[in-house]
Ligand binder design. Sequence first.
Ligand SMILES: Nc1nc2c(ncn2[C@@H]2O[C@H](COP(=O)(O)OP(=O)(O)OP(=O)(O)O)[C@@H](O)[C@H]2O)c(=O)[nH]1
Length: 311
Amino acid sequence: MPSPLVFTNPAMPEYWASAFDVVPFPIYVVDMQTLELINVNRAMRKRTGEIDGRKCYEAIYGKDKPCAFCAIGNMQNGEMGQTVIFEHFNDTDDRWYQLQETRIAWFDGRPAKYSIAVDVTQLKGAQNALAEAHADLAIKNRELERLTVTDSLTGIGNRRHLTAVLDHELASARRSHLPLSVLLIDVDRFKQVNDTFGHQTGDSVLAQVAGIIVRNIRATDAAGRWGGEEFIVACPGTSAQAGAAVAEKLRAAIAAHAFPTVGSITCSIGVAEWAEGETAGLLLARADAALYVAKGAGRNRTSVAGGPLSG
Ligand SMILES: Nc1nc2c(ncn2[C@@H]2O[C@H](COP(=O)(O)OP(=O)(O)OP(=O)(O)O)[C@@H](O)[C@H]2O)c(=O)[nH]1
């Protein structure tokens, strides 16, 4: 009993033609030795015209030598009925095809392969659009995430970001037993800046102060705008003494900066080192108390908090 893939009935070529002409997808049969097209169905002829007898690579792909992706090489020693399925972009008509190619024996015994080519260009387009939409969404989500932790005026971390950073740094300090200091920075007499030069100039001063802070701290430090004209810097691995040095550096940099329209401004800074068992709220309360001392002592200075507040 011959394999159903070995066509032996001499009437078969006609049968083949009538059966495959009703299939709406292009189907063609190639002689595996000569690479000549033995049979081409109606859907294929509609696309290519009469190409029977021509080399497949030349008639279908407009090439002057066999295609690099041709499956015939791998089929030469394969089993009858061996099938490969792959997708291919045909640049002669700029369309994607899914090709299903099967090894057969033609009616006269010649080894051949027949190919069914399904145009999947639209499907590919939809897949690509979906992939693009996913990528776009991922980028937008990322941007949204960034915006929720960014202060829109200064571009540095906002209060939400700082709260998360402080929680994280406190947990790290608890584990590592390394010191952690926070700096609470407040622009001096900022109301005057607004009142004298207008709110817009005030905004610009805040953005510049943020820039000075960010440029003068370590990559491992975290800075953000706590609100209004107040900024916080968290310095992991930093004692109160070292924190005071960072504060003085920032204070001097801000005092030395020439702010357009406004001239010079100053700031006061409260520094507190985290004490074992202390919450972020209590740590900030101590930094705030130190800031209050700095303001009371005449502003444009740094004050370091004493030990933890009781209660
Ligand atoms: N331009 C601008 N001003 C702001 C912003 N947020 C808060 N302010 C202003 O900052 C000023 C803070 O004033 P105060 O709290 O009295 O403090 P100060 O004038 O800096 O005085 P001291 O802190 O005592 O030196 C207020 O006038 C607020 O309106 C902002 O986003 N932009």
